[in-house]
Design a protein around this ligand. Structure first.
Ligand SMILES: *Cc1c(COP(=O)(O)O)cnc(C)c1O
Length: 361
């Protein structure tokens, strides 16, 4: 078993240096890093109890990456490789987090960045990031799938480097999350739950788990359980969706680029791909914050809602070790948080009695 869990966090060198043996890099690759990765794996006993499950539940809190989503894992690779090839400009289509990450790593690398976003459907924090990191930010009057189509066409001109997860080195970087889970847990979990949008991440996690297993670092592989939002569930429904809708904007995707990777992960691992309603997502979103003190963006609640349903339907054997990836930080999406919190602060006179009245003292 790996002894790397003992590595003090202050010495963390970023995920490319930590996992270089398993990544397509060499000594000449200019490593562009913000010291991403090494995110906490938090045991969530209270949440497991509230969900009514006799399970060992762990949360891989990817919102603690440098730009506050797991996208940094793929982006450190994509931008390093773009720089190695001598690219000047990186481009991506994004529901928000990819653009935030691309913009940050491009800034770090001294490259130009262009991001294409679906107009009006991007969480406020993500937009703020792209603008602050200095990306040329373009709103497309269409959805993510339209933006990705244009980015692919831009890529064909040969003048720009596409850093969407259609770029295979993104998947390579993202697979390191599975390595970390095994390193932190000392073994692979029985189940891995995560949200599915463009399906790059479920593809990457499965690749990582398989590689550690094939190398003999882990002795088992988890069953992969992916969850889409009910009105953005092309894989579950079996065909692309023209106009996907969901409050979880990070997974509002009608035609996933890594569709085949997702179905492969589910088939090979004896897993499951399911869907949950926006209402179920919002309930789990609030429950996570109130029960564990972990604020994650709405998309992260899709696999939690899915897990709840699986427990209700007796799909999970007692005592199972389950890891759920929390893909992005709750501060990304302040609008949904404030709407869903269900109340606004009382405004009172600056006097002790006024405050005591509100508290009920
Ligand atoms: C990108 C993203 C997803 C979806 O991941 P895919 O690889 O596109 O399936 C889920 N949650 C968050 C927060 C994301 O940023």
């Amino acid at each position: 078993m790996s002894n790397n869990t003992k590595q003090p966090s202050l010495a963390w060198p970023g995920l490319i240096r930590r996992y270089a043996d398993y990544l397509p890099v060499n000594e000449f690759t200019p490593i562009v890093t913000l010291l991403e990765g090494n995110t906490p794996l938090l045991k969530a006993d209270s949440l497991a109890r509230e969900m009514g499950g006799d399970i060992e539940l762990y949360l891989k809190y990817e919102g603690l990456n440098p730009t506050a989503s797991f996208k940094d894992r793929g982006m450190t690779m994509a931008v390093s490789k773009a720089k190695e090839r001598g690219a000047d400009v990186v481009v991506c289509a994004s529901t928000g987090n990819t653009s935030a990450s691309a913009a940050a790593y491009a800034a770090r690398a001294g490259l130009k960045c262009v991001v294409l976003l679906p107009n009006g459907k991007i969480a406020l924090g993500k937009l703020a990031q792209a603008l602050m990191y200095g990306a040329t930010t373009i709103s497309i009057e269409g959805n993510f799938d339209d933006a990705l189509r244009i980015v692919r066409e831009l890529g064909e001109t040969g003048q720009v480097e596409v850093v969407n997860s259609v770029n295979p080195v993104r998947i390579e970087g993202q697979k390191t999350a599975s390595f970390e889970v095994v390193d932190q847990l000392g073994q692979a979990p029985d189940f891995h739950f995560l949200p599915v949008g463009n399906a790059g991440n479920i593809t990457a996690y499965w690749k990582g788990y398989k590689e550690y297993f094939d190398l003999g670092i882990s002795s088992s592989k988890p069953r992969m359980f992916g969850f889409q939002a009910a009105n953005s569930a092309p894989i579950v429904d079996g065909s692309p969706i023209e106009n996907p809708q969901t409050v979880a904007t990070a997974i509002r995707i009608g035609n996933p680029a890594s569709w085949g990777g997702a179905t492969n992960a589910v088939e090979e691992s004896n897993g499951h791909i399911g869907k949950v309603t926006d209402n179920e997502i919002l309930i789990a979103y609030k429950q996570l914050a109130k029960t564990e003190g972990i604020f994650a963006e709405p998309a992260c609640a899709a696999p939690l809602a899915g897990l709840k349903n699986c427990l209700l339907n007796d799909k999970i054997p007692e005592g199972s070790k389950i890891v759920v990836t929390l893909t992005g930080h709750g501060l990304k999406d302040p609008d949904n948080a404030i709407n869903e919190a269900g109340y606004t602060p009382a405004v009172v006179a600056p006097e002790l009695d006024a405050v005591k009245d509100i508290i009920g003292l």
